[in-house]
Design a binder for this molecule. Structure first.
Ligand SMILES: [Zn+2]
Length: 498
């Protein structure tokens, strides 16, 4: 049985908390959690251990020690690890977990058709057959694998943009998250133009879907539902206005892909005589509760609008570089006070969910681009995958402090690539030397999801086997398919020849 209190003692501790001090690094630190919240954070001492055991000993689980029996103050193991908040992913897609490595060396819109739309179309068409093969919903398998990937890399909270065909399958996503023990913000997709006619909405239909999901799933633990129109090019101003009104009525965030790559943005400009940001602004979408994924291409007016409205940007350097989309001017954005977090995007375009790799690339790219080694130091990009996205997503996580959600990870410092790690270089080593696979313990909402590298809540072996089979079937289906071409921004009116 899971115990009410958990104590983790570690060689190094990074609270990443504004009150404690964002740059505070504690040697021989500890975190005590009670149920789903953090109760204490600080430097470990024999006195603290005796007090904690005296007060809670019977209900205390010490991480790294035997799960059974009452712990003793003199035998609290100090893990050779750095403990920090669980990563907060500001933009991803759980439906992409089986399509890593598919349609590579292609730009965004072709990749959307050849990887994402091919796969989600496959699930739509072959759903019943797949259900009988697997004895379970293929969507549930896909989403559970995405949760497994997140836990693997230490992501305890994620915004999952549930767009295109997936907007119909929210129950499976919620079920996968409940089983996994993570926290998700679901941005429910919609589109009413320039996309696959099979899934086009009207504003009333899209709002009705949100209303239905809200009434069915409001109150489900660790889940929030917000509007997530897929793209600006696939949602009319009328649609955007209707969704924004719903978001205002229910005090939610709103999320959308915006200005992801130059060709699509140019296409948009030609067709609508304004930038996607200008259209979002005209539709009244942009304010402190608006979160834009990417925002790679920016006119000076776009940056002024973002600065004036307070909208946040989620930067996805892995996806942006793999798809050849370009990189957004995040330093200029941050100088203007625009909130910017770093994320991975879905597994299909980023091909992994390694938040450390994303943070490293964000820093590395900007240092080279600006020929200035001082920009985006390790401390800053670590904040951009923890405390900053937690604020943007309005969740009580991303920092280790009393009263925060008990979401933390322990990164193994005994690995050769992380030796030697000390107090003075621990954050630098996390960003520059870690490969992301050193996450040894993951605790979310006070529950252990990964225990000494072992997944606790999900069946790793079964999920891997199922996803491999699912991907093989999808590739077979795709081989017999005429070319998929449903992404409107690459239609005849699209950017050909530009
Ligand atoms: Zn995306």
């Amino acid at each position: 049985m899971d115990k009410r209190f958990k104590l983790i003692r570690c060689r190094l501790l990074l609270p990443l908390d504004e009150k404690i001090g964002l740059e505070t690094r504690i040697e021989d630190g500890y975190v005590l959690t009670e149920n789903d919240l953090i109760r204490e954070v600080g430097a470990f001492s024999r006195e603290a251990a005796e007090r904690i055991i005296r007060d809670h000993g019977g209900e205390l689980r010490v991480i790294g020690a035997a799960a059974e029996g009452k712990p003793t103050a003199g035998a609290i193991p100090m893990l050779d690890a750095v403990v920090l908040p669980g990563f907060v992913k500001g933009h991803g897609h759980d439906h992409e977990s089986p399509i890593i490595g598919v349609a590579k060396d292609e730009p965004l819109t072709a990749w959307l058709d050849h990887a994402v739309n091919a796969f989600t179309g496959f699930l739509l068409e072959k759903g019943d057959e797949l259900k009988s093969v697997f004895g379970a919903s293929p969507h549930l398998i896909t989403y559970a694998k995405a949760r497994l990937d997140d836990i693997y890399y230490g992501i305890t909270s994620a915004l999952t943009h549930h767009c295109n065909f997936n907007k119909y399958n929210i129950a499976d996503l919620i079920e996968a998250n409940l089983r996994a023990g993570t926290r998700i913000v679901i941005a429910v997709g919609s589109q009413d133009r320039n996309y696959d006619p099979r899934i086009l909405d009207t504003p009333a239909k899209a709002v009705g879907r949100l209303e239905e999901y809200r009434s069915r799933f409001q109150g489900v633990e660790r889940v929030k539902i917000i509007p997530g129109p897929d793209q600006v090019f696939s949602n009319s101003e009328e649609m955007l206005r209707a969704l924004k009104q719903w978001s205002l009525d229910h005090d939610t965030l709103m999320h959308i892909h915006s200005s992801e790559e130059p060709a699509t943005t140019r296409w948009f400009y030609r067709k609508y005589k304004m930038s996607p940001v200008q259209q979002l602004h005209r539709a009244g979408v942009l304010d402190k509760n608006a979160i834009l994924a990417h925002q790679v291409n920016n006119t000076p007016i776009d940056l002024e609008i973002l600065e004036a409205t307070g909208a946040a940007v989620i930067h996805n350097p892995l996806a942006n570089t793999i798809l050849g989309s370009g990189m957004p001017p995040i330093i200029e954005m941050m100088e203007r006070g625009i909130p910017v977090a770093v994320s991975t995007d879905g597994s299909g375009s980023a091909d992994n969910q390694d938040m450390i790799a994303a943070a490293r690339l964000a820093s590395q790219y900007q240092k080279a681009r600006r020929r200035d080694a001082k920009v985006l130091p390790a401390q800053k990009v670590l904040e951009m995958v923890t405390v900053v996205p937690a604020k943007i997503l309005r969740i009580n996580a991303g920092s280790l402090a009393p009263g925060r959600s008990a979401d933390l990870i322990a990164v193994d410092l005994s690995r050769p690539n992380l030796t030697p790690t000390r107090k003075d270089n621990v954050i630098e080593n996390l960003i520059w030397a870690a490969d992301g696979s050193e996450v040894r313990w993951v605790i979310a909402s006070g529950r252990i999801l990964k225990d000494d590298y072992r997944f606790v809540t999900l069946d790793e072996a079964k999920l891997k086997e199922q996803v491999l089979k699912l991907s093989e079937m999808m590739m077979e289906y795709k081989a017999g398919l005429a070319e998929v071409r449903v992404t409107g921004a690459r239609s005849e009116e699209g950017p050909a020849g530009t």
